[in-house]
Design a protein around this ligand. Structure first.
Ligand SMILES: [Mn+2]
Length: 259
């Protein structure tokens, strides 16, 4: 049997967190180790992980996002691609690359926050979705929020004005319908998960349970082409609670990818 190649792009970057999640630039190292171990232990001979790494720490945010977009353009489309952040602003660059590649597309934004505060010249982790829509990189109906818990008035205004779909676990059938025939980019903010176990992040507000994530993943996995995983902060991870959660998340993901 031919091994399935998966691109894993490591993006150690936290400048877009505006100082509110310093330490998340260390996540790619931790996640790489977890995914590597899983592939070795459970999926040997089935998966080939093609890791790449961008050195971003000394770059200005604008330059860093440009570099990420360039790398993303190279990777997306030739194999299933996973981007590991870093703070959520990296998704601005990776989704830009994704949007250029696919015509019929949807971005599913798995997050306890909408990340739709302002539109800064260079997007931060607080503004990604709004910037993507207002700059017409994706259309308003190509974005779906999933798992939002804490939405600020300014963000609520944006969601209502642009009529952006916002779903919770109970709405899975609706999500399945909306992404039918589309190429999906799934953005996973670590803070979407239940804050009692996913506290190692800047703003822990999530409620999503593991079984809900599993259901979500299984019902949309065949449409997903690109994935990102952001905002995990190893420096805040007491007793490796977050690491154990990440292991469970990626075990589900890798298992379905080698089918
Ligand atoms: Mn986020």
């Amino acid at each position: 049997m031919k091994k399935k190649t998966i691109n894993v792009v490591l993006l150690p970057y936290s400048a877009g967190s505006l100082g509110r999640n310093n330490g998340c630039e260390a996540a790619p190292g931790t996640v790489k180790e977890i995914i590597g171990k899983l592939a070795e232990e459970y999926f040997k001979g089935k998966i080939k992980l093609d890791f790449s790494y961008l050195n971003l720490q000394l770059l200005e945010p604008e330059e860093a996002l440009k570099r990420i977009e360039k790398e993303a353009t190279r990777k997306i489309g030739n194999a299933f691609t996973i981007f590991v952040g870093g703070d959520h602003s990296i998704s601005y660059a990776t989704i830009k690359a994704f949007a250029k590649k696919y015509k019929r597309k949807t971005v599913v934004w798995l997050d306890s926050h909408a990340d739709a505060m302002d539109c800064l010249t260079v997007p931060s982790h607080e503004d990604v979705t709004k910037t993507l829509v207002e700059r017409k990189i994706i259309k308003r109906n190509e974005l779906i929020f999933f798992g939002l818990q804490r939405v600020w008035p300014r963000e609520k205004k944006f969601i209502e004005k642009r009529k952006i779909v916002s779903l919770q676990s109970r709405d899975l059938p609706k999500l399945e319908k909306l992404i039918k025939g589309k190429q999906v980019y799934l953005s996973i903010d670590f803070d979407v998960f239940n804050k009692r176990i996913a506290f190692a992040t800047g703003y822990a507000d999530g409620k999503l349970k593991m079984n809900e994530f599993t259901k979500l993943w299984c019902s949309i996995a065949d449409r997903i082409r690109v994935l990102d995983f952001v905002e995990y902060n190893p420096l805040l991870d007491k007793n490796n609670t977050g690491q154990k959660l990440i292991e469970r998340i990626f075990k589900i993901i890798l298992k379905s990818l080698c089918n």
